[in-house]
Ligand binder design. Structure first.
Ligand code: FAD
Length: 459
């Protein structure tokens, strides 16, 4: 059976499903293929959504347990049910899956379930179907990277996927890698009773963030009971009779860590297995990423690649922006993406969020900058809710006063970063004079901007 389309998207993650909807909106006959039974890719099934659902449930429990009394809420018999948390997670995923399917139907995107593989640059095979198209968009995403001596068994040795669906909360959880996924999932388990120990090769956690944010986050998580072994490398592991990791420290000494389970969160690798890219002459770089030009074109110009499978931060919103742009390119439009305005968030408590340049990046580029900070302790809304940990830091160009970067740690930073994103490239003094509702956390952003001009009122 042969089918013909204008655009065929391989992968229905946030890159692929968004590309498919946009292409269909632009009047192109579009199909979206995924080997998963459910749409939404890593993000919806085993990534952003299940992790944020469990972060919310575990945080609600932890807060009531630790802070209920101070809020005047007494609940001596507070407990949690992991199975019910899992059930709710399943329902949230299912609801969003159905939402994407509804959008496919509304926009007339043909959905195909099965593993896609190129027969030739013009022809794709999915089971017994042959599919031809004017354009193909590869959006096959990424998968967790295992350690060579510690393959995932999803019982004792967990990937993020296994950790999100683990049957029982482990008493002692080792987490290899204190990056974003590690600290988010580590937080879930610590709140629900695990003793969590991170082993991190670098000398600070979440190293892509401003050092002040990394250090402050580590302090908060340590107060919550998590332990961090930094500048430490796991050298070997034994699984029998019990899980034991051998680690080597910066000073050359070694020690051992016993745990009931280990989450390996050392990064993700692009997923191109099975696509037959070598057969059709599409090149892959040494990191396994598909090489593309500025218009997402591979070495076959009618085959584009987007999302986690190409270079750039492995983030759902970056993938979706590329999905829209790739679809518009197929329709003959000329879209552009402002990569510098892509925010980066950690959904721990407190949350961390960042957009634009960091201090280190500005120093490396010899761009003179001024900075303004404001602590949430000075914010009345933060005092009402008891969430007054953290601060906002704004970096502006010394010559032009344009906002170059915003970095924050504190409750709801994932939401506050949207205003910061809008302010990039604007004059900080002008943004500072916008009226903000009171009492809101967003007033802290205004105060941080005002402090650059020595005009902060509450500082
Ligand atoms: C635990 C966790 C938490 C995360 N949290 C966040 C977050 O809070 N915010 C954020 O921005 N990002 C987060 N991410 C990252 C985010 O999930 C990814 O960046 C995003 O899903 C990438 O989208 P994508 O469409 O490129 O690929 P994916 O979402 O990986 O989708 C690719 C799809 O392609 C399919 N596929 C692969 N090969 C084939 C083939 N040959 N044929 C057919 N189908 C195929 C796969 O089945 C998959 O469904 C998280 C990731 C994890 C693991």
């Amino acid at each position: 059976m042969k089918e013909d389309f204008d655009v065929v998207v391989i992968g229905s993650g946030p890159a692929g499903y968004v590309a498919a909807i946009r292409a269909a909106q632009l009047g192109l006959k579009t199909a979206c293929i995924d080997k998963r039974e459910s749409v939404g890719g890593t993000c919806l099934n085993v990534g952003c959504i299940p992790s944020k659902t469990l972060l919310h449930a575990s945080e609600s429990y932890f807060k009531m347990k630790k802070e209920g009394k101070s809020l005047g809420i007494l609940s001596d018999a507070l407990s949690f049910d992991w199975d019910l948390m899992q059930e709710r997670k399943g329902k949230v995923i299912q609801g969003l899956n159905e939402g994407v399917l509804g959008l496919f139907k509304k926009n007339k995107v043909t959905r195909i379930v099965g593993e896609a593989s190129f027969e030739s640059p013009q022809l794709l095979k999915v089971g017994d179907k042959s599919i031809s198209s004017r354009f193909f968009i590869i959006a096959t995403g990424s998968e967790p990277t295992p350690l060579p001596f510690l393959p995932f068994d999803e019982e004792k040795v967990l990937s993020s996927t296994g950790a999100l669906s683990i049957k029982k909360i482990p008493k002692r959880l080792a987490v290899i890698g204190a990056g974003v996924i590690g600290v988010e999932l580590g937080s879930v388990f610590q709140r629900l009773g695990s003793q969590v120990t991170f082993i991190e090769f670098m000398d600070r956690i979440c190293p892509q963030f401003d050092p002040a944010l990394s250090n402050s986050l580590q302090e908060s998580l340590t107060k919550q009971g998590m332990e961090f072994w930094l500048s430490t490398k796991v050298t070997s592991a034994a699984l029998i009779p019990d899980l034991e990791l051998s680690v080597s420290l910066k000073d050359g000494t070694s020690k051992k860590l016993q745990a009931d389970a280990v989450l390996v969160a050392v990064g993700r690798k692009p997923l191109t297995r099975g696509l037959n890219l070598d057969k059709i002459g599409i090149s892959i770089n040494p990191q396994g990423l598909i090489s593309v030009d500025g218009n997402f074109k591979t070495s076959q110009p009618h085959i584009l690649a987007i999302g986690d499978v190409i270079d750039g931060p492995m983030l759902a919103h970056k993938a979706s922006e590329e999905g829209v742009a790739a679809a518009e390119l197929c329709a003959g439009l000329t879209p552009s993406i402002q990569y510098l305005t892509i925010p980066n968030v950690i959904y721990t408590h407190p949350e961390v969020a960042s957009v634009g340049f960091t201090e280190n990046e500005l120093t490396q580029r010899n761009i003179p900058f001024s900075s303004g900070t404001y602590p949430f302790k000075g914010n009345s809304r933060a005092r009402c809710t008891g969430e007054d940990e953290g601060f906002i830091k704004v970096l502006v160009d010394k010559k032009t006063d344009k906002v170059l970067g915003v970095h924050m740690i504190g409750a709801h930073s994932s939401e506050l970063i949207a205003e910061a994103t809008l302010s990039l490239g604007q004059k900080s003094e002008e943004v500072a004079h916008l009226c903000h509702a009171h009492p809101t956390l967003a007033e802290s952003f205004k105060e941080a901007l005002l402090s650059i001009h020595k005009k902060a009122i509450h500082k």
